[in-house]
Design a protein around this ligand. Sequence first.
Ligand code: 13P
Ligand code: SF4
Length: 353
Amino acid sequence: MAVEFTYNLEAMLNQENLQTLEYTPEVARATSSIYERVRNIIPEIEWPVHAPDIARINELKRERNAIILAHNYQTPEIFHGVADLVGDSLALARMAADAEADVIVLCGVHFMAETAKLLNPDKTVLIPDLQAGCSLAESITGADVRLLRERYPGVPVVTYVNTSAEVKAESDICCTSANAVEVVESMGTDRVIFLPDEYLGQWVAKQTKVQIILWKGHCEVHERFTGEELRNYRKGFDDVQILAHPECPPDVLKEADFVGSTSGMIKHLDKTRPARVVMITECSMSDNVAVEFPQIEFVRPCNLCPHMKRITLPKILHSLEAMEFKVEVDAAVAERARRAVERMLAIRRDKNN
Ligand code: 13P
Ligand code: SF4
């Protein structure tokens, strides 16, 4: 396998015995301003469980000159408690590219940590749980991309960042849900191969004249939503605004008022300030966003990403203490994969998504 994480079994087993820290008056003082921000979404009774880890992680970040990048799907105690920078996949890639710390802890799934490592080959990039995968990333291999190239000679390959470095290395350019149309059109061709998310590819195809050759990868979280579910939200909640992620199936996207990346949804809320909203995406997103928009009522569907939820405060603490688990990418693969990511980053930021 060209892409590998460095780890040892003993270290992984040790994660089962993560330490428990005490909720002392010092910890309460050190974390009180954080709690003030999240008191509407984290019950007071839970704070003594999170606060000691939050206080220690924030100390360790200073000791190690580390930063924590967290995806919008991380739980609120991570998102608001310890993350230095938060965002969607595109924002995380951009932040990773600009990072100045010695250590980056990526609270998200492993393709995000790999992307951070590709852009920072000389820095230590840690992921708190090695098994934080992604059904889209697992749906395709580098060998699949090579076969597609044989089948469609000369057609450029646009690859969603939700893929392994090995797949990125076989691609011409990467994209995220925030810039997919722009990236596809930047190729200047009549056709592109778009990998691996079929639904995102279909959504892109609706917005461009470029012919899209699709792959049948799906997100196991977003594919569970149905159009009927969205119609029921409209029936049950007057004037509800429906925002959906483009990894959802087409019948879902047809019912939505706005389709965009996770950060695209946040920008849309900021711009339109609806009274009531339902975000058709991963569960924690509404909790995290509700902190910023207390005046909006969030109707909450709850589809959890089991991979994102592998990242917890005790595992982040362990990660910073033991400096585990280090993400490494084979140098030859990394060089080619980096090219595809950097080509994407060179395209100007999409204003709407
Ligand atoms: P975003 O880039 O929109 O944050 O999406 C990443 C992801 O994994 C969605 O499921
Ligand atoms: Fe992958 Fe879907 Fe989880 Fe995002 S939500 S990390 S696409 S499985």
